[in-house]
Design a binder for this molecule. Structure first.
Ligand code: NAP
Length: 479
């Protein structure tokens, strides 16, 4: 089985202590490969390299930086099958979904290849005749990116592309469960010809790498995607050197279907927003509020669609629901189902899983539909990260908005209605960074993705996504 290397200053290197992380396939338990388990020493080297490269990279023209990104974009498209296959093997998502993710990941590189050339400053009319005021946008400096396992390619390019477009250099630390996809993206960065030190990648001990990054003054920005729990730790650590931070954290999305919705559209949207990546998605719907008069019909329609899902190894033809990533995620999902059933929920579909023991294959769970759900259940409060659809009913628009907003999370919300007035009213009233109106899959490179409240800080994607990598400098000229 292949041993991979980390990428620092344009070189592929092994860990100094020779320790490795074993990457396994969540569907089969087989070893996919080994990556270095590094800590402080290599992370400091990566920061040195990014810091040394910053001066020359940040002063290249926007058009030069755009050209490197265009090369990377084309390489991602040319290699999409290979990257997708790796992703399915280490993360579990069905191959077609993995190909979709590589295309989505490439979309960020394409978008920021275009945006690199549209970072504009300002000229502000001064209040004194003999003064001129210019506002410049400049690269923030060395950026560290820490990414999760659920979208191993897109969560990297959503950070890498705007950072490099802005003129920043980078140190990337991918999740330990899915580092090989990240290493393959680094390989393409090398092929695209980015100068040495511009992008660097380390794999290994999260705590040690994190502390090294967070305590190093030269890293001027952290961009993190992961759990709210780890996001809070990093936010605290950022205070030491007053680092800029962007945080894309957890969610607990409400999904609302009003009685004036097109029910078939709502059912399709519900499944799209819940079952992609086996429910292991930050913007996955976690609570389904269906208006009283249509709740029975909704449950029947969802039930009939769930019968079409085939659970299994994502590399097998016809499989459209892969395994959960590991035992701890499986246990949490199982606990949410058990807790709901103990408190009176009814399993309308699924509910059964198979948990890996010893060398037997992975943690699979049938898509599961629950009715008679109440607000006191764990599933209504914690992010589930699994293929479970808990259904509740509601009476009025006012009531459901209040219930939907009653959470510390604020990432995504979805609702279905055919009323134009209601679509405007409700989208304005929901306390969420992303609202899908009759749209179960709103994520796209052109739009600003991010959350309110404990779901994070800052936005990724759109022209907004590059702002977090830029400083604003005001130049006052007396003439
Ligand atoms: P996680 O446990 O927070 O890990 C995310 C990353 O942080 C991994 O690279 C992890 O490294 C690293 N990490 C863990 N502890 C750390 C520490 N003390 N210091 C520095 N780095 C540390 O999250 P996850 O389980 O991978 O991902 C799932 C979570 O991400 C969910 O809550 C999901 O909602 C959220 N998410 C949010 C978005 C968004 O855009 N808002 C998108 C995708 C996922 P190791 O892997 O080595 O432990």
């Amino acid at each position: 089985m292949k041993s991979y290397k980390i990428y620092i200053d344009g070189q592929w290197i092994e860990s100094m202590n020779k320790e490795q992380i074993t990457v396994t396939n969540p569907a089969t338990g087989e070893v996919v490969g080994y990556v270095p388990k590094v800590g402080e020493t290599e992370t400091k080297k990566a920061i040195d390299a990014a810091n040394n490269a910053f001066k020359s990279w940040s002063t290249t023209t926007a058009s030069e930086r755009a050209n490197y990104l265009w090369k990377l974009y084309h390489l991602l498209l040319e290699n999409k099958e290979d990257i997708a296959r790796t992703m399915t093997m280490e993360q579990g998502k069905p191959l077609q979904e993995a190909i979709g993710e590589v295309m989505y990941a490439a979309g960020f590189v394409q978008w920021y290849a275009e945006e690199a050339r549209r970072v504009y400053g300002e000229t502000i009319p001064a209040s004194k005749e003999n003064k001129r005021i210019r506002v410049l946008k400049q690269a923030v400096g060395v950026v560290a990116a820490i990414t999760p396992w659920n979208f191993p390619a897109a969560m990297i390019t959503r950070k890498l592309a705007p950072a490099l477009a802005a003129g920043c250099t980078m140190v990337i630390k991918p999740a330990s469960q899915t580092p090989i996809t990240a290493i393959k993206i680094m390989d393409l960065c090398e092929k695209a010809g980015f100068p040495k030190g511009v992008v660097n990648l380390v794999t290994g001990n999260a705590n040690e790498i994190g502390k090294t990054i967070m305590s190093d003054f030269r890293v001027r920005k952290l961009t993190f995607t992961g759990s709210t729990e780890v996001g809070k730790i990093l936010m605290g650590q950022a205070g030491e050197t007053v680092k800029r931070i962007s945080l894309e954290l957890g969610g607990h999305a409400p999904f609302i279907a009003f009685e004036d919705a097109d029910l078939d559209k709502a059912v399709t949207g519900a499944l799209a927003s819940k079952l992609r990546n086996c429910g292991q998605v930050c913007v996955a719907s976690n609570r389904f509020y269906i208006q009283e008069s249509i709740v029975d019909k909704f449950i029947e329609k969802i039930k009939s669609k769930l019968a079409d899902y085939r659970v299994g190894n994502g590399l097998e033809e016809g499989v459209n629901l892969g395994p959960l990533i590991d035992e701890s995620v499986y246990n949490k999902v199982e606990k949410h189902i058990e807790d709901a059933v103990n408190k009176g929920a009814k399993i309308e579909f699924g509910g059964k899983g198979s948990k890996a023991e010893g060398n037997t294959p992975g943690h699979f769970l049938q898509p599961t539909l629950l009715s008679n759900v109440t607000e006191d259940m764990l599933i209504m409060k914690e992010e589930t990260f699994g293929p479970v659809i808990p259904v509740l009913s509601f009476k009025s628009e006012e009531e459901v908005i209040e219930r939907a907003n009653n959470t510390n999370y604020g990432l995504a919300a979805y609702f279905y209605t055919e009323s134009l007035a209601r679509s405007i009213r409700v989208s304005e009233a929901l306390d969420y960074g992303i609202v899908g109106v009759n749209d179960g899959s709103p994520s796209t490179p052109e739009a600003p993705f991010g959350g309110f409240k404990e779901s994070g800080l800052g936005r990724e994607g759109g022209h907004h996504g590059i702002e977090g990598f830029l400083e604003t400098k005001y130049v006052s000229v007396q003439i």
